[in-house]
Design a protein. Structure first.
Length: 336
């Protein structure tokens, strides 16, 4: 079991400030009991069922919980805008959002009911509404909508109720979706497995991307910061393949930022996505003086604009970067 996060502490305190002890203990047990069961029985088993995935164990859940906290609190120590039952449902949604992977990666966002019913076995009669709302939130965190497009949040009703409280259901779904999108980084992979070429070709790029990525939620400057630290030369993949994937993921992150805040006013704080790409050559820093990538709401939501957004700067051109790196390697070799 992990050390309690700030959002978990806040949830418990918030419940006890709003209800008598018996009611508060019951509501918090909905979270704590689910966390205990999933930690013991589910999270650690997902890698054995889907070994090629980047990490979906409790490390990922902790990361998403921390992201949620940073997204919903305007300043450290301030009250969040969500009421106590909205916060409870959001935290429970984080716990359950990826458990469907135990039954296979395909459409995992629709496969939580069986595990949920097991977790809630002794409380199921009191949790029918929670079950229905939870499944709607989790289903919308990825996949396709009823119409076959990617606008899954539109499928979630704008509001509902739970335990006599009004719930902004669609907004909760958007917060979960964005917090999950932000949960990227080296903690989601194994550098050893990458270096020893122990990953299948179709999953290698995802693990490589995780290994080079750092994500910062910067509330003060109202931005999401992506930092990439790439050591060159690469093994098992070309720099061109990796940079194309990086550019695609930067654009995807910015699309998710704007898409999720369309449905979640609490996310309106975040005005832009910034990305910096750094290089080392065999571990030694190499200053290519690449421009920072800054994506703001003025750009339209069109996936095909990678060429326009990124490669309009000659310095960000993949061939240009490869050429500059090779020049530095050649210079080092000439000096030996």
């Amino acid at each position: 079991m992990w050390e309690e996060t700030k959002i978990e502490k806040y949830l418990e305190e918030k419940l006890h400030s709003c209800y008598n002890k018996q009611e508060a203990d019951f509501f918090f047990s909905l979270y704590a009991d689910a966390k205990s069961y999933l930690c013991d029985q589910i999270f650690s088993q997902i890698p054995s069922r889907e070994p090629e995935l980047t990490d979906h164990t409790e490390k990922h859940i902790i990361n998403v919980l921390k992201n949620v906290w940073k997204l919903i609190t305007p300043n450290e120590g301030c009250d969040c805008e969500l009421n106590e039952i909205e916060l409870l449902l959001l935290c429970v949604s984080v716990l359950f959002h990826d458990v469907g992977n135990l039954h296979g990666r395909s459409e995992h966002n629709t496969k939580i009911a069986e595990i949920y019913n097991t977790v809630r076995a002794s409380k199921l009669s009191k949790c029918r509404q929670e079950s229905m709302l939870l499944q709607k939130i989790v289903k919308a965190h990825c996949g396709k909508s009823k119409r076959g497009d990617k606008d899954t949040l539109l499928d979630v009703q704008e509001s509902s109720h739970l335990f006599d409280k009004q719930i902004r259901l669609r907004e909760l779904a958007a917060i979960l979706r964005f917090a999950d999108e932000l949960a990227e980084g080296s903690q989601r992979t194994s550098q050893y497995m990458i270096e020893k070429n122990m990953l299948k070709e179709n999953s290698l790029i995802y693990h490589l991307y995780a290994s080079i990525t750092e994500v910062t939620i910067d509330k003060g400057d109202r931005r999401i910061i992506l930092t990439y630290n790439i050591d060159y030369p690469l093994k098992n993949i070309t720099l061109s393949e990796l940079l194309k994937f990086v550019y695609m993921r930067i654009l995807k992150m910015d699309m998710e930022r704007r898409y999720c805040k369309y449905y979640a006013p609490i996310l309106n704080l975040f005005l832009r996505t910034e990305a910096t790409i750094n290089f080392t050559i065999n571990g030694e820093f190499c200053d290519l003086d690449l421009p920072k990538i800054c994506l703001e709401d003025k750009y339209s939501l069109v996936e095909e604009r990678i060429e326009d957004i990124f490669l309009s700067s000659p310095q960000l051109g993949i061939e240009s970067i490869e050429s500059e790196l090779q020049k530095i390697i050649n210079q080092k070799e000439d000096c030996v």
